[in-house]
Design a protein around this ligand. Structure first.
Ligand SMILES: [Zn+2]
Length: 232
């Protein structure tokens, strides 16, 4: 008599699936402001492929390589190859340069046009071309001296270029023409807060004026200036 063989139930699972495998890409990174985190960052080219996996091991690719870009600061991913971002930025810059030339020519024809000067300074500031914005203001003193808005914009340009004393001088010039210009009070407060050394009392006074003028976010700036003035 043979003893019955004990049969073990067969039991095995094949785990298969798919997985995206990311790799770097040899194109140089683009230096720009990230549209997601708004920080100056490098946008890197990356690519990925979907692989068939067996027990989590990639066996063969299911898709061709797909390219995307990634921000070095916040790691946001954008579904376009990095060259496309580079081309877009270059085209945009060229277009802005063209617009700046048009505005400049229009100012030459009517040098007292404050609205055009203000637009031109804002455009240069948007391209971080602060010295160009400042020289435009120098080239058209008639337009500048007729407009508190131009003076305030010039102050903001100096603030962005970290010439804080000069910025404060232009905010004061703007406020001498129109003491209710909230923007000039607001950025004057920012200049005092970030100055070396900072002047917290002056920042509080300017932020309070900005709030009284109803300027957006002046309340938060005032609270910050007050807490710094208390030494917090
Ligand atoms: Zn980012």
């Amino acid at each position: 008599m043979t003893s019955p063989r004990r049969r073990r139930p067969g039991f095995f699972i094949i785990l298969f699936g798919s997985r995206n495998i990311i790799s770097g890409d040899n194109t140089p990174a683009v230096e720009t402001t990230c549209p997601r985190c708004q920080q100056p960052s490098q946008i890197f080219g990356r690519s990925y492929r979907t692989w068939f996996t067996l027990f989590f091991l990639p066996i063969f690719p299911l898709s061709g390589s797909k390219r995307f870009s990634e921000c070095s600061v916040c790691h946001a991913q954008f579904p376009v190859p990095v060259e496309e971002i580079r081309r877009g930025l270059a085209a945009n810059e060229q277009q802005q340069n063209q617009q700046a030339i048009t505005l400049y020519n229009s100012l030459r024809a009517s040098p007292a046009n404050s609205i055009t000067l203000n637009q031109l300074m804002l455009m240069y500031a948007g391209m971080s071309e602060f010295s160009q914005a400042i020289s435009a203001a120098n080239d058209f003193p008639e337009a500048l001296s007729a407009s508190e808005q131009c003076m305030s914009t010039l102050g903001r340009v100096h603030l962005a270029a970290e010439n804080r004393a000069e910025a404060i001088r232009w905010f004061d010039a703007a406020l001498a023409r129109n003491s209710a210009l909230g923007e000039a009070h607001y950025y004057k407060a920012v200049a005092h807060l970030t100055n070396q050394p900072p002047d917290y009392a002056a920042a509080v006074a300017a932020a309070r004026q900005a709030r009284n003028a109803g300027f957006a976010n002046a309340d938060a700036l005032l609270r910050e200036a007050e807490s710094k003035a208390r030494g917090e």
